[in-house]
Design a protein around this ligand. Structure first.
Ligand code: SAM
Length: 287
């Protein structure tokens, strides 16, 4: 099951002219995410309390990959940072400075407010991730992304090229992301895994409406929301894009971790049987 609502009336394959227009799909997504920021606004006080108490929103596999950043990370860059809660979790993990990039003005407004509330040394850059400013090139001691990010991108080669240019010579790339296989499974009323009718190889689909476990209903009716374009990139496409960009991959792993709480209704006996997330640890190749 994916974070859009697969049962909503408004789900259809993207049309050929839409698929051919990467930037057009991203612009539509930007409008949809600005609407969805309403949900993140409701989580603001919780986010302030979490970050102010030195806490983290990162999940155990991410914490293990990222480790203790104190003394080893001058700059952490978080791509598709939303309201900044995960970005500032990197600050709490010890990064001296954090930079978040996102294309939603409303999300970045939240991120600004969150950083101000906790006094964090953060910068927020409003940009499509594909247009991340070149002034950041070669500066990321930690480059982090994931948790529902790749599915919104419609040009993975361009994305992987951005990762490559942002990494500092000794920087680490950490991706922790939803597993594409996740889109193929849902649960029946007894909590047993069943197959969805999602086509793994279909490419982008257009939708309105959000899954109740995540963004749920907004103050704008589903009918009146912006169309958005998402897709499950296959693991092969993701890894190939990273390798083609010239990145060195130290580790690729698959995890049963439910990264967005979309599978809480799986019966205990069936937990852990399906990969729901994956991670990549990478860096620039040795000079
Ligand atoms: C599910 S959130 C990312 C996960 C995040 N860690 C969180 O706290 O939920 C997806 C984010 O990606 C952003 N986004 C989607 N496509 C983007 C693009 N092409 N460029 C920049 N940001 C993008 C959205 O605005 C949204 O804030």
């Amino acid at each position: 099951m994916d974070p859009i609502d697969p049962t909503a009336d408004h789900v259809r394959p993207a049309m050929p002219d839409e698929r051919a227009d990467v930037r057009g799909m991203h612009l539509a997504n930007r409008a949809a995410w600005d609407e969805a920021a309403e949900r993140y606004e409701a989580w603001f006080d919780e986010a302030v309390a979490l970050i102010a108490s030195g806490g983290t929103n990162l999940l155990p596999p991410e914490r293990e990959l990222i480790g203790d950043l104190r003394g080893s990370c001058r700059r952490a860059i978080h791509l598709q940072c939303a309201g900044g809660r995960d970005t500032l979790s990197l600050w709490n993990a010890g990064a001296d400075e954090v930079i978040g990039v996102d294309f939603s003005p409303r999300m970045l407004d939240l991120a600004h407010r969150l950083a101000a509330a906790v006094g964090a040394p953060a910068r927020w850059i409003l940009a499509d991730v594909l247009d991340t400013p070149t002034e950041l090139d070669g500066t990321a001691d930690l480059l982090y992304t994931g948790r529902g990010s790749l599915m919104w991108l419609q040009d993975l080669d361009a994305w992987a090229g951005v990762l490559r240019r942002l990494l500092a010579p000794t920087g680490r790339l950490v991706i922790f992301e939803g597993h594409p296989a996740e889109w193929l499974f849902d649960v029946d009323e007894d909590g047993r895994w069943i197959a969805t009718d999602y086509d793994y190889f279909a490419g982008p689909e257009a939708s309105k409406g959000w899954s109740p476990e995540y963004i749920d209903h907004l103050s704008i009716d589903d009918d009146d929301q912006s169309w958005k374009f998402a897709r499950a990139w296959t693991l092969g496409e993701i890894i190939t894009a990273l390798l083609n960009a010239g990145l060195h991959l130290d580790r690729v792993a698959e995890h049963p971790t439910d990264w967005w709480g979309g599978h809480a209704d799986v019966r205990p006996a069936d937990r852990g049987r399906i990969p729901l997330s994956f991670s990549v640890l990478g860096r620039l190749p040795p000079a």
